[in-house]
Design a protein around this ligand. Sequence first.
Ligand code: HSE
Length: 401
Amino acid sequence: MKVAILGYGTVGSGVFDVLQENKEIIAKRVGAPIEVKYVLDLREFPGDPVEEVLTHDFQEIINDPEVAILVEVMGGLHPAYEFSKQALLSGRSVCTSNKELVAKHGAELIRIAQEQKCNYLFEASVGGGIPVIRQLIRSITADEVEKVCGILNGTTNYMMTKMREQGAAFDEVLKRAQEKGYAERNPAADIEGHDACRKIAILTSLAYGRQVDYEDIYTEGITEISDVDVAYANKLGMGIKLLGESYRKDGTVYAMVAPKMLYADNPLYPVNGVFNAILIRGNKLDDVMCYGRGAGKLPTASAVVSDVIDAAKHPNVNIPILWEEEKLELGSREAMVNAFFARVPAEEKPKAEAALPIARTVELAEHPEEFAFVTEPMTEGEFARKTAELTVIHMVRVEVK
Ligand code: HSE
């Protein structure tokens, strides 16, 4: 079984290593050895074992009838989309970690794979090494999905954990995450929440079987979270996590990416460092949580290789995935219900108490100039209207118990 890897970056080189180092057990599981015949990259890698199979020309791969599976780990939309489509149209399976491409064109590429009796598989596109896609499409099949909620970005979870535990500075921990190979090429995608947004778009599309456009999902990153917010959260006995969430209520699907304060008994609360976790609620099953390394070379490569093995075990057989191209319209952000932690100037305390249903207040000795509180649950729209006359220094959403 011959494979071509498109892209020899962090994940691509990890796939190459996993296929070499675990080749015996992989061959036993597949029933035949898997051999990397080509690695496509524009760069040269003098002295690297990849040199022997390196090519700069995609046509060499697509014109080779021996290549049965392509691993697309280039990232970005172009030319990854064109290469993947061409490979699927020629009946080759494609395995990818490219969440941007999966979120944007997943439905179309899945349809082409179905028509061509091959597979478009994307386990590594969400949750790094965690087998969450497989859980959703092959295990949680008897239920209506009520909710998906996860810590979906390893970089930001690593950063927030280090900032909380070690008081480390934002830029310093971001640099460490980049050195560890967790961050995107442009880390703005991590810290501004876009990476988590693509991942919740993929999970929501799979949960409800229709295309969810990530551009429609309200997204906030962690760049506005300060050490003062973290100190208030600690005092409240809560932790702030960047969450990707979607749920269905009265037939409408809602989705959002934003930092949120979680109570200590929430199963996502103790998920620290580069670890991700995804909680899925089925209407019969109740809650299931998947936990593991959300980023990093080898965990992500392991997930990609698990797809290569699946593809190798299903030659000329499509593994069905329900994700139709028809767009799913999301409910409006204004109608989504949360509780809200907010800080206003101390002199606005009476105004805040008159305007909002306040569930509890919290004080920091170092910030007597502020009045900080958590509201009762209300819609985003209501919160915006009721705080219109207040000077909100900062707001962080709080889980509704
Ligand atoms: N930059 C991503 C993260 C990589 O930190 O989670 C895995 O998708």
